[in-house]
Each structure stands twice: as structure tokens, then as C-alpha cells.
Design a protein around this ligand. Structure first.
Ligand SMILES: [Zn+2]
Ligand SMILES: [Zn+2]
Length: 282
């Protein structure tokens, strides 16, 4: 049985490897099909498709759209999208703008805390339109204010920490509708993030399914066996498709590898066919 990976980031968002490099890493990891799912951007897809064609790897056009319900950020993955869809591009561009207004505010807070960082430095380091907190974390690492990306989040950038700024995000129903309008199938990413402590996931999934959600990311790098079993059960009960991926970012998440996550991830190619069918139905 060959291995697939349906959740990967490149330098087009907050990953540290180019789309071509990610595809090459996947090839080395014996991954036969992969999805590029950058945050709120689809510009890495053509490069991935070109390298995939050279190496004989199938590339699924994807995206990971940020949305919010109350305090929780919900990430909605889109698969088999028409990534050249103009309307989708425009919606994603608008969404990225909300990061542009948030990131300078984070930098202002860091400066108020006495750290010598500027937004120009973050933009230069990122080299992409989709600047995110991992880029700020990297700058803090380079300037030796923190020892790792995790340290940057724990001390400054995570929700509840002194440089945290919430950003305006669409409701998940919008993200789902945008993906479907571009011919894709929408999937809830890393479901452990989707609810607050003690809150049940099932009612949220029921609401999202009514809005057009097609699947749930059951297999994920940091899931325990218990979590995977729980999400499998929910997928079966609610008739949602099952997906899986590493959420590879490169150096900002150094313990996660393409295709295998922390070593135990194994996503079956059998998941592909139903996903493809669901996308062509929309
Ligand atoms: Zn995510
Ligand atoms: Zn991701």
C-alpha cells in the first residue's frame, strides 16, 4: 500500500521549503500523491504540479482557509479545487489582507515589550504574500530572542500571550462555500483545535456538514491513537469523508516530516477515490 500526504505547506505560506522542494521530499519519503495546502493561497500549486510531473507524483490542488467560531480558529482544507478560479483568488487575497493588518500590530506589541523587530524585517524574511506568525517566530529566533518557534509562541505569540492579536476571520461556512464554488471538497483540518477544552466536537461537525463540509482530517501528525479512533467514529456516524496529512512546515515544525509526521503517520491511498468523487459532485 502506498503512502499519501494531504496536508503540506510551502514558502508560499509559512512553510520553509519551496513547492518543488516539498514534492522532492515527498518523493524521497515514497509518497505517491500529495496535496499542497498553503494558508489562504494557491500560488504554490503550478510549481508543485510541474515537479510532480517530473517525478511521477500526483499533485492534488489544495488550500487551507482560516476561519473562526468564537475563540477557536477553524482551518478548512479544500481539495481538488479549480485553483485558477478567479473568484477564489480574489476571496483569498482579501483574507490575506486581514493578516497584513494584524501582523504590524503584533510587531508593535513586541516592540512595546522591548524587542528590536520591525515589520519590514518580517516581510523580507517571509518573501511571500502570506505572512504569518511563524515568520515572526523565525525572526525572533534569528535575533536570538527565543530558542525555537515553539518558544516564540509560548512566550509571545500564542493566544493569551503578551503579543497575541486576534485577527478578523470569516465564519467556516464562508470558507466551505468558497471551496465548493471552486469545485473542491471541504474538510475540517486538525479537529483537535476546533473546540475549546471540554467542548464536544460533534454538534459543530453537524453544523459544518449542513453548511457543506465533506470530510474530517482523521489522520494527523500529532493525533494519539485515541483521537484517531474518536474522529474515525465521528466520520462514520456523520457520513463524513476521511483524510489525513502531516501538516509539514519544514523548520518551523522541525519534528514533523513529509508523509510520516512524527514517524507514525500512515495515510492510505484508498481515501483518495471517495474524495475525488465528492469534489466532482459539487
Ligand atoms: Zn491549520
Ligand atoms: Zn496546515
Amino acid at each position: 500500500m502506498s503512502r499519501i500526504d494531504l496536508h503540506l505547506h510551502t514558502t508560499h505560506s509559512d512553510g520553509s521549503f519551496s513547492a518543488a522542494e516539498v514534492v522532492r521530499l515527498a518523493h524521497q519519503a515514497k509518497v505517491t500523491t500529495l496535496a499542497i495546502t498553503d494558508h489562504d493561497i494557491v500560488s504554490g500549486i503550478p510549481e508543485a504540479i510541474a515537479t510532480g510531473a517530473e517525478l511521477g507524483i500526483e499533485i492534488i490542488p489544495g488550500v487551507e482557509i482560516s476561519s473562526r467560531v468564537g475563540e477557536n480558529e477553524l482551518h478548512i482544507l479544500g481539495y481538488f479545487l479549480n485553483w485558477q478560479d478567479q473568484e477564489l483568488s480574489q476571496r483569498l487575497a482579501t483574507l490575506r489582507e486581514s493578516r497584513h493588518s494584524r501582523n504590524p500590530q503584533i510587531i508593535d506589541r513586541l516592540r512595546a515589550l522591548g524587542l528590536d523587530v520591525t515589520y519590514d524585517e518580517v516581510k523580507a524574511l517571509a518573501g511571500t504574500d502570506a505572512v504569518g506568525r511563524p515568520h515572526i517566530a523565525r525572526l525572533l529566533m534569528e535575533k536570538h530572542y527565543v530558542t525555537s518557534a515553539k518558544d516564540a509562541f509560548d512566550r509571545y505569540l500564542a493566544n493569551g500571550r503578551p503579543a497575541y492579536v486576534a485577527r478578523e476571520l470569516p465564519p467556516p461556512a464562508d470558507a466551505i462555500a468558497w471551496i465548493k464554488a471552486a469545485g473542491g471538497v471541504a474538510v475540517l483540518a486538525h479537529p483537535t483545535w476546533a473546540t475549546s477544552a471540554g467542548e464536544e466536537l460533534e454538534p459543530l461537525l453537524v453544523t459544518l456538514k449542513a453548511a457543506g463540509l465533506g470530510g474530517i482530517e482523521v489522520h494527523y501528525s500529532t493525533h494519539t491513537k485515541r483521537q484517531t479512533t474518536k474522529y474515525l467514529g465521528l466520520a462514520k456516524r456523520l457520513d463524513l469523508l476521511i483524510t489525513g496529512g502531516s501538516d509539514f512546515h519544514g523548520i518551523t515544525k522541525p519534528d514533523i516530516e513529509v508523509g510520516i509526521g512524527r514517524g507514525g503517520l500512515k495515510v492510505s491511498e484508498k481515501l483518495l477515490e471517495p474524495l475525488k468523487k465528492a469534489a466532482t459532485r459539487t
